[in-house]
Ligand binder design. Structure first.
Ligand SMILES: N[C@@H](Cc1c[nH]c[nH+]1)C(=O)O
Length: 374
């Protein structure tokens, strides 16, 4: 029997790491006063495809319900949580969640996430708390070789804003910027009749790295107060991260949004050893406009599958086996209950390839059962 592309079975260490990652996330977020929330796996597509959320229906797992409405498997937590908490009192600000999202446009159809959303809070506080929570969580998992990258949707918007692109052209341009394809970017803007955009956009593709990038662009954008404000904003977050002990912080001024609802700062965490993205997030105030709320909303989500792959394996406890019979199984069970630290298996017969550090057996002595090492 086969599985569809994008689906896979899992066993052993990956599962135990994932469960440990989940427990650690629960503890770290609880200590930081996040309230847990869960939303159903099945929702109306509209929660994610409405004008403010803007997600693409094509990538969703979907069907028609009996009323002819489109339902989907949750493709994203952030939009689902916005729907769920829109009616909550604004004093409820910090939410955390864990569970799967389902999308066709990723390597795997099901991705397990652990995330946080901070709404109605001071803007900087929300961003700082999101990033500091991410750092605390990675520390708790003893993952310490990662890079945090900061970007801002306002940069691309400010540069491209004065020029007209239709919706399709803009999507292709965003994709080309996202993939850092200078050749394509140049081609797209030229074909759209805006060759003057080629130089600033292509330069932006390479505008990533450490703090010096900010200084270079401060000079370059000295007449654009909106862009200077964005640079100061990014720099303030870099200062915060560095004071919190994160040594590798980079800025990517050419970063474009990977989700349509982002509107402001964006952040990502990369694991140094293979460059995989372990968390991603950003500001999305506009998502709340669908509920007639003008508020602050920011958050991030960890890819728990990626974390589980990179966590150190748990130290394996000693594995022992008790050889018993149907008549002595209960005696063996009592012995097992007393062995608190070990992994204890009970077998009636030892298999030739069995892999135990110690073998015990149940023996009868003076008409009493005892468990002794073999
Ligand atoms: N929902 C985003 C992560 C996020 C949480 N909050 C804001 N962004 C994602 O799946 O990448």
């Amino acid at each position: 029997m086969f599985l569809p592309a994008g689906s896979q079975d899992e066993t052993g260490i990956q599962i135990s790491n994932r469960l440990r990652a989940a427990e650690s996330f629960r503890l770290v977020t609880k200590k930081r006063n996040f309230k847990t929330i869960s939303t159903p796996v099945v929702e109306y597509a509209n929660t994610f495809t409405n004008q403010m959320a803007g997600m693409d229906l094509h990538s969703m797992l979907k069907w028609f319900n009996a009323e002819g409405e489109i339902e989907v498997l949750r493709p994203d937590w952030t939009a689902a949580i916005a729907r769920a908490i829109a009616g909550q009192h604004p004093s409820e600000q910090k939410w955390s969640y864990q569970g799967s999202v389902f999308r066709f446009d990723k390597d795997e159809t099901e991705n397990r996430q652990a995330g946080i959303e901070i709404v109605h809070a001071d803007q900087f506080l929300g961003e700082a708390e999101s990033l500091l929570t991410a750092i605390a969580y990675l520390k708790n998992l003893t993952i310490d070789t990662y890079v945090i990258e900061l970007g801002h949707t306002g940069i691309f918007d400010a540069i491209v804003g004065p020029y007209h692109f239709d919706e399709k052209q803009e999507l292709v341009l965003l994709d080309a910027m996202h993939d850092k394809r200078s050749d394509l970017v140049e081609e797209i803007v030229t074909q759209a009749g805006h060759p003057a955009l080629a130089e600033p956009l292509v330069a932006l593709i390479d505008a990533y790295g450490s703090r010096e990038i900010i200084n270079t662009y401060r000079e370059r954008w000295k007449k654009h107060q909106d862009l200077l404000d964005i640079l100061s904003h990014i720099e303030k977050l870099m200062d915060l991260l560095e004071s919190a002990g994160v040594t590798e912080v980079i800025v990517d001024l050419g970063r474009v949004k990977n989700l349509p609802y982002y509107d402001g700062i964006m952040f990502r965490g990369f694991l140094t050893n293979d460059g995989s993205t372990c968390f991603s997030g950003g500001r999305y105030d506009r998502l709340y406009e669908q509920f007639q709320q003008k508020t602050s909303a920011v958050g991030l989500a960890f890819d728990v599958d990626t974390l589980a792959k990179h966590m150190n394996a748990e130290q394996e406890p000693e594995k022992i086996c008790i050889l018993a019979t149907p008549a002595t199984h209960a005696v063996a069970e009592q012995f097992r209950i007393d062995m608190e630290e070990q992994v204890v298996d009970i077998q009636y017969q030892l298999k030739s390839d069995a892999n135990y550090q110690k073998i015990y057996q149940v023996v009868e002595e003076d008409s009493q059962y005892k468990v002794v090492e073999k």
